[in-house]
Design a protein around this ligand. Structure first.
Ligand SMILES: Nc1ncnc2c1ncn2[C@@H]1O[C@H](COP(=O)(O)OP(=O)(O)OP(=O)(O)O)[C@@H](O)[C@H]1O
Ligand SMILES: [Mg+2]
Length: 253
């Protein structure tokens, strides 16, 4: 199988710090994602979801284990190669947006293309198209601290997708959104997945957003607890996800 992402025995231990105990956030996680898969990652708060995405995307390093993306071991890349790889091959929608306050929304979205010296005309048309799609074209010149959480979320999504990355990591991309905005984002991710064959890993608490995925990996205490594959339509998958979430919640009590 054409594995896009391969994760072997990934472990992350946050060391004890100033009276806080050591935390084993990821505990020997292994799975693979083939090219074009759309995977949801669900699990309780603190189960290690953001930690997992941060290591997969090279934002953080693991304690042990390996991550291979497109045949390339992430941990073995030198700093500048890693930066280039991240910018050109990976799109990351962060849980807390990570927009630059000194840039307008439009400049934030354009940034990865500017860094790659894409021609200005091309940058303009691509960024304008995405801003139209996400309904933020009329606030293109505003700064992040002047817009709402939902508008920041849409901007962060547009920035992650502007390079048409091979792999998209999304951490709660619908977290702050009303249902119309949430389905817009999910439609866009679905389109990237189907049209560009982008591989997508999305962390979400939301069963509605998760129902767009083709497979869901549930994690608990840094380990995979169960995985499900979508077989039929989205509604049936949505019901199945709700069922598993309620069982997991029951377990926790
Ligand atoms: N930088 C850090 N230093 C120490 N511990 C951390 C750090 N980041 C996360 N942790 C701990 O690691 C565990 C996993 O955190 P993580 O952020 O991956 O959870 P999560 O599943 O994304 O949660 P949420 O759903 O609330 O976003 C938690 O116990 C958290 O407190
Ligand atoms: Mg998180």
């Amino acid at each position: 199988m054409d594995d896009m992402i391969q994760i072997d025995n990934l472990t992350k231990v946050y060391r004890a710090f100033k009276g806080a105990k050591e935390v084993r956030a990821l505990d020997q996680i292994s799975f693979a994602a083939s090219r074009g898969e759309f995977i949801g990652i669900m699990g309780p708060s603190g189960s290690g979801k953001t930690t997992l995405l941060n290591i997969l995307s090279g934002v953080d390093t693991s304690t042990s284990g390996e991550v291979i993306i497109e045949g390339q071991s992430i941990a073995r890349l030198k700093k500048d190669k890693l930066a280039l790889f991240r910018r050109q091959r990976i799109g990351y929608i962060f849980q807390d947006f990570n927009l630059l306050d000194s840039l307008t929304l439009k400049e934030n979205i354009a940034l990865p293309l500017i860094l790659d010296h894409v021609a200005p005309q091309q940058i303009n048309s691509r960024v304008d198209e995405l801003m139209q799609f996400f309904g933020i074209a009329d606030i293109a010149g505003k700064y992040p601290y002047h817009v709402s959480g939902g508008q920041k979320q849409r901007t962060a999504a547009a920035r992650a997708l502007v390079t048409e990355p091979a792999v998209v990591f999304a951490d709660e991309p619908t977290g702050n959104l009303d249902s119309k905005s949430a389905s817009d984002i999910m439609d866009m991710l679905t389109e990237m997945n189907e049209r560009k064959n982008s591989t997508i890993l999305m962390v979400t608490h939301d069963a509605f957003a998760a129902s767009y995925c083709k497979r869901i990996i549930f994690i608990k205490d840094g380990q995979i607890s169960v995985q499900i594959q979508r077989a039929g339509d989205r509604k049936a998958f949505f019901d199945k996800i709700l069922e598993i979430l309620s069982v997991m919640r029951g377990d926790a009590q």
